[in-house]
Ligand binder design. Structure first.
Ligand code: UDP
Length: 402
């Protein structure tokens, strides 16, 4: 897709949809293209448009917001997170204040429960979890001592998920809460996964059951898609949905920000970087199905990892009926939607080879979860997109080739 494509009526091109969000009356001749209309593409496009550039935002899907896409269910009125739950949380003042112009964040605190070995417990592992699981009434200091006595202190510098678990929570809690869930989620043994995955979760010796430890947490009042639409609603931005961009198209722009899959850009010529994808089984009911937004399932025999009940993500709304999704994780095949990058040793080596190829390209930056093949939270994605736009504008202002 090059600037010359703007002269066509986009609706008439196969697979293409109208430029839903552009306010430009004349077709826009884009100087920059962002590939992907998720947070990376939308934030970069907005920052560049604010600086006076004309930006095309292309996405192969028929909606913006990538895997954060939300839409209101017509039958129940519930706001659905179409690609699984997304809860915004950050410590980054810049990101938090940037987003205030594009949405109203409603108070939301993620409190997760888990069903395992025939009981329901509170997550992340906290003092209630510990006392219920072991049938104790320990104080914070006693619990710390109790868990340390079970931890494998011989593991000095945990490298794998399993080592991290055995070092910090001990074998019983690892078996009940992490082992089975992780086998299902990642399709491999926790001993093969990096410790960083488990480090995402806190371990608390008090009764705080907030899943996150960040200063800010909230849910956009009208969903993530409305937020991203607002980011893209600028006369300098033209959104082209149902539109694929390839490596051959890059020459049509001064610069391209590629937030699609890194290996896809190179037509998978070195092989495919591994991802997990998700299948969702929809459950509809009246009233309240499970009483909370997210219920995890730690037992390996239960085929799904968790069930999310989406009306609980918008606790300020009232709905008589409810919609839930049970999540099944499996290996991503060609044509599936990639979710979680699997960064095992094999993938790391392949990633290095793709990064070497990427360094030889000009006029392009690889950004976001798929473009950099990393397990990124939304706030990190947005922070990096703000940085990428700032760097680009600074180089351009300095007259450097971009
Ligand atoms: N995890 C687990 N049991 C749980 C929840 C999480 O073993 O009940 C592990 C699992 O490997 C998961 C990782 O911790 O991939 C990070 O969890 P998080 O809730 O951050 O995953 P996300 O919401 O990003 O899928």
């Amino acid at each position: 897709v090059g600037p010359e494509d703007n002269v066509d009526d986009p609706v008439q091109r196969p697979g293409a949809q109208a430029c839903l969000l552009s306010r430009a009356t004349e077709p826009l001749v884009a100087e920059v293209c962002t590939v992907g209309a998720g947070f990376s593409g939308a934030v970069i496009a907005r920052q560049l448009a604010e600086a006076g550039l004309a930006v095309a935002v292309c996405d192969t899907r028929d909606h913006v917001a990538g895997n954060c896409h939300t839409e209101r269910d017509t039958a129940s009125g519930v706001m659905l997170h179409r690609y699984g739950p997304h809860i915004f949380h950050t410590d980054n003042e810049r990101v938090w204040s940037f987003l205030q112009d594009y949405t109203q964040f409603m108070p939301y605190t993620n409190r997760v429960k888990t069903t395992t070995q025939g009981h329901v417990y509170s997550l992340p592992v906290n003092l209630l979890t510990i006392n219920q699981f072991f049938g104790t009434t320990l104080s914070p200091a006693e619990a710390r001592e109790f868990i340390e006595a079970r931890a494998d202190l011989s593991i000095e510098d945990p490298q794998t998920f399993e080592e991290q678990a055995l070092r910090f929570v001990g074998p019983e809690l690892y078996e009940a809460f992490f082992k089975g869930y992780t086998q299902k989620q990642w399709g491999c043994e926790p001993a093969e996964l990096p410790a960083s995955i488990l480090k995402r979760l806190p371990l608390r010796f008090n009764y705080d059951d907030n899943y996150f430890f960040h200063k800010y947490q909230g849910m956009p009042r009208d969903g993530y898609t409305a937020l991203v639409e607002k980011l893209l609603d600028h006369p300098g931005i033209e959104v082209r949905l149902g539109t694929a961009v390839t490596r051959a198209d890059v020459a049509n722009y001064q610069h391209v920000f590629w937030s699609g899959p890194l290996d896809g850009y190179f037509d998978f010529r070195l092989g495919r970087l591994g991802y997990r994808t998700l299948d969702f089984r929809e459950i509809r009911a009246s009233g309240d199905y499970q009483g909370c937004a997210v219920m995890n399932y730690g037992d390996p025999e239960v085929p799904y990892t968790r069930i999310s009940e989406h009306k609980h993500f918008s606790p300020w709304e009232e709905h008589a009926n409810t919609v839930c999704f049970a999540e099944y994780s499996r290996a991503c095949e060609p044509g599936d939607i990639p979710y979680y990058p699997i960064r095992l040793a094999g993938e790391q080596a392949l990633l290095r080879d793709y990064v070497a190829l990427a360094r030889d390209e000009s006029n392009i930056s690889f950004v976001g979860r798929l473009g950099t093949y990393r397990y990124l939270d939304m706030d990190v994605t947005i922070a990096e997109a703000l940085d990428a736009a700032e760097r680009f504008l600074a180089l351009r202002a300095a007259g450097a080739p971009v």
